[in-house]
Design a protein around this ligand. Structure first.
Ligand SMILES: NC(=O)CC[C@H](N)C(=O)O
Length: 364
């Protein structure tokens, strides 16, 4: 590559790896996490749940299908998972500036430059992933030129407050009025609702939605430690004392666990990929799911009226919870996918069915 500049990836345990810069030539610090997904970097990089993280992709060649241009679907992005890149930095093995795909509009490197996000390539990402898997996700930094930066733990910040919108927005028209608490929602969650019979009210993470007139409550994914979302947990506790259906995804699942009185903990290195197997409790049915999380609900701490709904078949951790008698449930994985398998998208239909049943119960 012309004018190749070397940069360093440095981990908190002292591991230092030299590589070549692509994207912005700038330094950054964050939590270094890995994803074993084979495709989907436009979606991953714009997923707000990655805020504060330096993302290592284990797939060996990245960039060869470029980055699509922006298109809108009902006033939201048709392709990206939010309106900007949220990762702090990107680490890949082989970066392909050359790209070819029917909807490619630019290279991955140029896209990273637009948002001033550094990338480093020429890194043995499988060796790096073995380190992260054995020692756990670590703080790290990408250092460009002589511009050193301090290590910084993003999980100490209220990242949700940084990525959540500040205003209420309305979308679509439909029979069911759903409040979406946006802690950093992926746009495919909005698309999934708008493809159904829904009027959506998207509210900031700390908005008191309990004052609104709605039929069902949805809690989005989002970055960082769920325990930072004290305002959301407080409002959610009010909703849990009522009977309107509630569905949470990823951070939303952790918030439901915390509001119910349970606890969450940090996983050693988390689950980030498109092929995580989960088991539906009480059945022999498993699904392959898309995941991106570093925390999980501690099932042992759940109060008696709650139970585990899905279990991760790799490590046995909680992949969703449900209330035993009320219409409240959640998934730690991403039924909306983007990227990843769509096998569990039916859960949006299950949620809306419970909303319809709740409303029918109110009318009779
Ligand atoms: N995708 C998400 O919502 C992630 C939730 C939380 N930030 C975690 O890492 O566990």
């Amino acid at each position: 590559m012309e004018n190749a500049k070397s940069v360093k990836l440095i981990l908190e345990d002292g591991t230092a790896i030299e590589g070549t810069s692509f994207g912005a030539f700038t330094s950054t610090a964050g939590e270094v996490v890995f994803s074993t997904a084979m495709t989907g970097y436009p979606e991953n990089l714009t997923d707000p749940s990655f805020a504060g993280q330096i993302l290592v992709l284990t797939y060996p060649m990245v960039g060869n299908y470029g980055v699509p241009g922006e298109e809108l679907y009902k006033s939201i992005s048709k392709i990206f998972e939010s309106d900007k890149i949220h990762i702090a930095g990107l680490v890949v093995n082989y970066y392909s500036e050359e790209h070819s795909h029917w909807n490619a509009a630019k290279s991955l490197g140029d896209w990273l430059k637009e948002y001033n996000i550094p990338g480093i390539f020429g890194v043995d990402t499988r060796m790096l992933t073995k380190i992260l898997r054995e020692k756990g996700a670590m703080l790290g930094k990408i250092v460009a030129g002589g511009q050193d930066v301090e290590l910084h733990d993003p999980n100490q910040d209220n990242l949700v407050a940084q990525v959540s919108p500040t205003e209420v927005k309305h979308y679509g028209q439909g029979q069911h009025k759903i409040v979406l608490v946006d802690c950093g929602t992926k746009t495919n969650i909005i698309r999934c609702f708008l493809q159904r019979d829904v009027e959506l009210i998207r509210v900031p993470w700390d908005y008191d939605f309990t004052q609104l007139d709605y039929d069902g409550l949805f809690l989005s994914n989002g970055p960082g430690d769920p325990k930072m979302c004290t305002a959301t947990i407080q409002h959610l506790q009010t909703a849990l004392s009522q009977d309107k259906p509630i569905f949470g995804i990823c951070l939303g699942s952790q918030l439901m666990g915390l509001a119910a009185g349970g606890d969450t903990f940090k996983l050693k290195y988390g689950h980030r990929s498109h092929n995580q197997p989960v088991l539906l409790s009480g059945t022999k049915r498993s699904y392959i799911t898309s995941q991106n999380h570093g925390f999980a609900v501690d099932t042992d701490t759940l109060p008696a009226e709650w139970t585990m709904l899905f279990e991760n078949l790799n490590d046995g951790t909680c992949e969703g919870i449900k209330h035993k008698s009320k219409p409240f449930f959640s998934t730690q994985f991403h039924p909306e996918a983007a990227g990843g398998p769509e096998d569990t998208e039916y859960l949006f239909d299950d949620f809306l069915k419970s909303v319809a049943e709740y409303k029918a119960g109110q009318d009779s």
